[in-house]
Write a protein that binds this ligand. Structure first.
Ligand SMILES: N[C@@H](CCC[C@H](N)C(=O)O)C(=O)O
Length: 279
């Protein structure tokens, strides 16, 4: 079984063809993503090449399926370029969270993705809260009171605005917020600090993955939330522990993301990896 390992700002993924994924159980995917007993990864990207438009499935390390992933899309676009399926011309990719436009540029080191429209309706996440939008939703976690903005980028995000970002707090409270009862499909969580009208800093807790160094859809969601609150302009650099992404807005919250991708390795998985497993 062949896997291609890439990262976007330290958010790392394994890419495999659907014929490989079809052989894997839920538990085996968890094992492959495990950093001590498997190859280790923030998720699995499954390439489906049945149709004219390439289609991406995104599996979190806990085995759950995500509708969309920003770093995952940049990595998948770069993978398609590496295998010669696309060129430097823009192309479409299907995800469960909608169709997006990708462009591999600067050699193949940068990828631009039109991530689609940020949506603020709680129903879009889904979240079981009243109202057409939840822009300053009171939340309590770990005994602390927060104000959250709910955003769907195709996948769900709960963006908490803070005066000063504390990454330990993200690690301590991420899981509790991810699994609050108001989020029936759980949620990704970002703590966001506005630095100025063109820069924000975020800490990320990903649904199904935990604390990560960077996240594309989280960057889009956090920038969208701060834009909606009137705190930033149309061009926002999102600073994360793993590095920065450039986010820009056009029209009615159409979100564009630009950032790097790096290839790490092509790996052959040994079947011995599953020897002690029953399924
Ligand atoms: N790392 C990703 C997000 C991956 C999916 C997420 N964990 C979810 O369940 O929605 C990104 O770069 O966007």
């Amino acid at each position: 079984m062949i896997f291609h390992r890439y990262h976007g700002l330290g958010n790392d993924y394994l890419v495999c063809h659907q014929s490989v994924a079809a052989l894997l159980s839920h538990a085996q995917i968890q094992r492959i993503c495990d950093r001590h007993y498997g190859i280790g990864s923030d998720g699995l990207l499954i390439d489906n090449d049945d149709a004219d438009i390439p289609s991406l499935r995104i599996i979190n390390p806990d085995g759950s399926e995500a509708e969309k992933s920003g770093n995952g899309l940049r990595i998948y676009a770069r993978y398609l370029f590496d295998i010669g399926r696309v060129t430097h011309e823009p192309f479409q990719v299907n995800t469960l969270g909608g169709q997006v436009r990708c462009e591999v540029t600067e050699g193949a080191h940068q990828v631009i993705v039109d991530m689609g429209q940020a949506k603020f309706s709680p129903a879009a996440l889904p979240a079981t809260v009243e109202g057409d939008e939840a822009l300053a939703l009171p939340l309590v976690a770990g005994g602390h009171h927060f104000s959250a903005t709910l955003v769907s980028m195709g996948n769900p995000h709960c963006v908490i605005r803070v005066d000063k970002l504390d990454l330990d707090r993200v690690k301590q409270l991420g899981s509790e917020i991810e699994t609050l009862a108001i989020f029936p499909k759980r949620t990704n969580v970002q703590f966001a600090q506005v630095l100025d009208r063109n820069n924000i800093r975020i800490g990320i807790w990903e649904r199904g993955a935990g604390y990560t160094l960077a996240s594309g859809s989280s960057s889009c969601a956090a920038a969208s939330a701060m834009r909606k609150l009137g705190l930033v302009d149309d061009n926002v650099t999102v600073h994360m522990p793993g590095g920065t992404l450039a986010i820009s807005f056009s029209g009615d919250f159409q979100v564009n993301m630009r950032g790097p991708v790096q290839k790490i390795a092509t790996i052959t998985l040994d079947n011995d990896c599953f020897r002690d497993m029953t399924a």
